[in-house]
Design a binder for this molecule. Structure first.
Ligand SMILES: O=P(O)(O)OC[C@H]1O[C@H](OP(=O)(O)OP(=O)(O)O)[C@H](O)[C@@H]1O
Ligand code: HPA
Length: 179
């Protein structure tokens, strides 16, 4: 696994430190709003980030997951499909979507629209990573861990063909892995 990595962009320590800061900021904002949000992790990439965040929340919240898919290998296929919907109802609820990366922005744009169509009162997004150079849809996360350059990254939930999600850091693969 680690032998396939060309360079590490973000270490486990950097990610944990940033998660503490994000969790404090999110907690502060929901306390001000006095709502009980549903924290919705987008499977599968958000799992490590979601775990790192929610264990630090001390405000009342519920959690759920959904799975949407728009990637084949390193290519965004444009068409966002819901593969597994969440179990809780989002009607009249505040939603915090937890995402690993905003790349083209297609996934989050569709997911946000979907929640608003289903009657959510408020939809916010927290993403561990933001890759603004790749954006084709005008959307920004409300909370971002780190901005990354225009390179395909893996680790901490992010995959290449379903591998490398379990790496505890974020890195870039050696070019020969894609060949
Ligand atoms: O901004 P976009 O260009 O839409 O890309 C971001 C999305 O792409 C990846 O999902 P993927 O479909 O690979 O599912 P995964 O979470 O299971 O890896 C990633 O987890 C984001 O959900
Ligand atoms: O850089 C990335 N890495 C892994 N999955 C992704 N999905 C969108 N961008 C990426």
């Amino acid at each position: 696994m680690s032998k396939d990595i060309e360079k590490v962009l973000l270490t486990e320590e950097q990610i944990e430190q940033r998660c503490k800061e994000l969790a404090a900021q999110i907690e502060h904002d929901y306390e001000q709003e006095n709502t009980v949000p549903i924290i919705v992790g987008l499977l599968r990439g958000s799992v490590p980030f979601m775990a790192e965040l929610i264990k630090r929340f001390t405000f009342p919240c519920e959690i759920d997951f959904m799975s949407v898919s728009s990637y084949d290998g390193t290519e965004s296929i444009g068409d966002v499909r819901i593969e597994k919907d969440m179990d809780l109802s989002s009607k009249d609820r505040a939603i915090l979507v937890v995402e690993d990366i905003v790349d083209t922005g297609r996934t989050l744009s569709e997911v946000r629209k979907m929640f608003l169509n289903k009657g959510a009162t408020n939809v916010k997004i927290v993403s561990l990573l933001d890759k603004p150079e790749r954006r084709v849809v005008d959307i920004e996360a409300d909370y971002v861990g780190f901005t990354v350059p225009n390179e395909f990254v893996v680790g901490y939930g992010l995959d290449y063909n379903q591998k490398y999600r379990n790496l505890p850091f974020i890195g870039v693969l050696k070019p020969e892995i894609y060949e």
